[in-house]
Design a protein around this ligand. Sequence first.
Ligand code: NDP
Length: 314
Amino acid sequence: MPSHANQAGRPGHPGRPGHPDPSVTVLGLGPMGRALAGAFLAAGVRTTVWNRTPGRDGELVARGAVSAPSAAEAVAASGLTVVCVVDYDAADAILRRAEVATALKGRTVVNLSADVPDRARESAEWAAGHGVRYLDGAIMTPTPTIGTPAAVFLHSGPAALYEEHRPVLDALGGTHTHLGEEVGRAAAYDIALLDIFWTAMAGYAHALAVARAEGIGARELAPFARGIGAILPGQFEETAREADAGTFSGEGNPLTSAVSTMEHVVRVSEAHGIDAGVMRAAEGMARRTVGLGHGTDGFVRIAEVLGRTGARGR
Ligand code: NDP
């Protein structure tokens, strides 16, 4: 369970008594790194920036950021370094260079790059072995949300370290949730949430292709697509209770009925010569679950069936 969540978004007041001069270094100036650095600047945090490819910091420097000539000098400028690059191979390529690791000794890294939970655990181990204080994190919302109440950040790692740096992290706005001391937890939530997002987006992209083949434009479909999206939050709440309790009521919408409509999507798709791979995979999971005798159960029984072979004894 998250130990706490807080609404931040208090631009201009990231400091607190005893921390009069908040500062941060941002490593990685892709779209997200630039958004993070921009939010720190907007909140009055002294911000040093560095990126592998030079020239990405012009706008930030114009707004008051300090451009460091090297990653080692960048991390030496602040007690807290936020790294946000494409993945942990990229983060390692920066952080594990000898001169950077030396400069990081005794300082804190918050790694907001996306990757898998084991890479977060590995990074924490590396950090512990090099005297670097380490927090892991994940960003769940796109760049325009950063610095606004709509941003969502997940954190994991030592709670005391998180509390220490919260005043500066809060400058990023939005909701920050510390998910626990187990450092892989933020990445694990990220993976589960990305699983929802990308399969939903794949379904949406496929639906656009099938709709177009049937003469329906994306804008015509949009109001109804929005309606489908609006069904999901209620489904998540209701089925979460069922999934945790191990009951999967199919009353009103049994799996057998779901399989039937999924098969219709496959049929229409393939009649138009459109690859139905994503829906075929979903239909296959549902059919296997029906085949195991769960046809009258609700859709989320699939999760329990998948978990039978997928669990690693947890
Ligand atoms: P990218 O994921 O494309 O990351 C670009 C950054 O990674 C650049 O700073 C790039 O440096 C750096 N990079 C890539 N390879 C290396 C390497 N080998 N060594 C050093 N630096 C490297 O863009 P974003 O900024 O958008 O994303 C950053 C992270 O934020 C990702 O993990 C992403 O999943 C996550 N995120 C992004 C969201 C978004 O809306 N953009 C939303 C939520 C999370 P260079 O300029 O030199 O190529």
